[in-house]
Design a protein around this ligand. Structure first.
Ligand SMILES: C[S@@+](CC[C@H](N)C(=O)[O-])C[C@H]1O[C@@H](n2cnc3c(N)ncnc32)[C@H](O)[C@@H]1O
Length: 190
């Protein structure tokens, strides 16, 4: 598997403000988020904003052979690179926005998603679209499903935390310092 080079990632970052982070998530960050996933039971996982594919690569190593991974990436260069890197029958890849998750997922797979993982920059998304993404995420998830979102550590609660609390039964947040910049990780349970 040949995931996007650092140089190409930085080029995407410079051209598209929605890429938002100058480096992909560190292995520590990836493991910290994915620790919250039970790979032995997960049938469907959705990833918003896979970017260079550091989470995607880890998820595919851990997921069962019969599971499905839906990738929704808005940036066309990232999308092309993901298409070339992840030729795996479990992957369903869309060059689209997380705002369309309902249309992309509902009725398309044998199970509802158990987990949605998100690296998209909620602080750059306007209030209406942000709420819409969170509401749709809650709707598409299976009962007891989880929304796992990671953001930069200094993000204010009104960018994401309060919106998650509005839709989800329980929301926890924690920090991972071994990432540039450090991450705030949200775990929202349906
Ligand atoms: C901070 S980067 C994270 C990349 C990767 N997941 C990682 O952890 O290294 C954000 C990614 O989300 C994508 N993105 C931003 N807004 C999006 C949206 N509304 N829907 C889908 N992807 C989006 C960007 O193109 C970029 O690939």
């Amino acid at each position: 598997m040949n995931i996007m080079s650092t140089m190409n990632y930085v080029k995407c970052f410079l051209r598209d403000r929605n890429v938002a982070s100058i480096t992909p998530t560190s292995p520590f960050g990836v493991k910290r988020v994915c620790k919250k996933i039970d790979f032995s039971t997960a049938n469907v996982i959705v990833e918003y904003g896979p970017g260079a594919g550091v989470f995607t690569e880890y998820l595919l190593k851990k997921m069962r052979p019969t599971a499905h991974l839906v990738l929704i990436e808005r940036n066309p260069d990232m999308f092309k690179c993901l298409q070339e890197s992840f030729r795996d029958q479990r992957v369903h890849l869309f060059n689209d926005s997380a705002e369309n998750v309902g249309n992309l997922v509902n009725g398309q797979l044998p199970h509802k998603p158990d987990y949605v993982i998100s690296g998209i920059p909620f602080s750059y998304i306007d209030q209406q679209a942000r709420q819409d993404i969170i509401q749709q995420t809650h709707e598409v998830l299976a009962d007891k499903g989880k929304f796992l979102a990671y953001q930069t550590f200094y993000q204010k609660d009104d960018h994401l935390f309060v919106h998650l609390e509005h839709y989800f039964k329980q929301v926890k947040s924690e920090f991972e310092l071994l990432n540039i910049p450090p991450m705030r990780i949200y775990e929202a349970m349906k």
